[in-house]
Design a protein around this ligand. Structure first.
Ligand code: ADP
Ligand code: MG
Length: 256
């Protein structure tokens, strides 16, 4: 598998009047094209910082992020970002919300708009296009937020605890639904979650970070022997508990 990006010995600190906060220490891993990677770690350890580095919003102080384009160019992949809250604007219709990114980036081409129409149809939002976000269910809002993110045709999707604002039951349904839709796009995905079960059921690989400053504690490939591609059914795979225990141990183990 070709790597889309490769992180090597990444380090980062925040600097302000009160001093320095070391957030990332010596993190290295590759991100394969089409891979679905989950990142878990204690709250405040540096997960969002790592994502901001991958998004190109922060520049690492140490180490390198290498791009591997087939044509050898140094063009950074197009990044799509989905955050904790769907951030749909109530004063805009659902349709005006999903084309917001295209508007801001001046990408309102026929091709992009046709893609948005296709996603609205595929995701069952066609008949809600003129509604306001508050008229949608939690799941439909997340679908709308996903369409807005996909509209710009990102090559790398970054999701920062995208479902943590939802109650538990809704979250189970919505995360399974959204991740199934994302998988179908074949995009490269990095999702931050603090839910180990969610990570195992959704991802090809789970990366465990230590407490702050975040170091890489474990990089575990996940292979579930299950015919269904339903992330909820994945929780019944025979290997599920083993993975859970391995990750839990990595998460709670003392630093060497
Ligand atoms: P996580 O996403 O894992 O909860 P973050 O990456 O958001 O953690 O933050 C890691 C550490 O860096 C935390 O201690 C946080 O308080 C600190 N931090 C985050 N953003 C800033 C900032 N802009 N300025 C100073 N410190 C920050
Ligand atoms: Mg965070």
């Amino acid at each position: 598998m070709r790597n889309l990006l490769e992180l090597k010995d990444i380090g980062f600190s925040y600097h302000n009047l009160h001093g320095e906060t070391r957030a990332i220490e010596n993190i290295s891993f590759g991100i394969g094209v089409g891979e679905f990677i989950a990142v878990v770690g204690p709250s405040g350890c540096g997960k969002s910082t790592l994502l901001s580095i991958l998004a190109g919003l922060l520049t690492p102080e140490q180490g390198t992020v290498t791009v591997h384009n087939p044509d050898g160019s140094l063009r950074y992949p197009r990044v799509g970002y989905m955050l904790q809250h769907d951030h749909l604007f109530e004063w805009r219709s659902v349709y005006k919300n999903v084309i917001l990114g295209l508007e801001i980036h001046h990408h309102m081409t026929e091709e992009r708009l046709e893609y948005v129409e296709q996603l609205l149809r595929d995701y069952g939002l066609e008949k809600f296009r003129n509604k306001r976000p508050s008229e949608l269910s939690g799941g439909m809002k997340q679908r709308a937020a996903l369409i807005r993110t996909l509209a710009l045709d990102p090559e790398l999707l970054l999701l920062d605890e995208p479902f943590s604002a939802l109650d538990y039951q809704t979250r189970l349904m919505v995360s399974a639904d959204i991740c199934r839709l994302i998988r179908a796009t074949g995009k490269t995905v990095i999702i931050i979650t603090h839910d180990l079960s969610e990570a195992i059921s959704l991802a090809d690989r789970v990366i465990v970070l230590s407490g702050r400053p975040a170091r890489l504690k474990r990089d575990l490939p996940i292979h579930l022997t299950l015919l269904s591609d339903d992330p909820l059914a994945a929780r019944n795979a025979p290997e599920f508990n083993q993975y859970f225990n391995t990750l839990w141990e990595a998460l709670t183990s003392e630093e060497p």
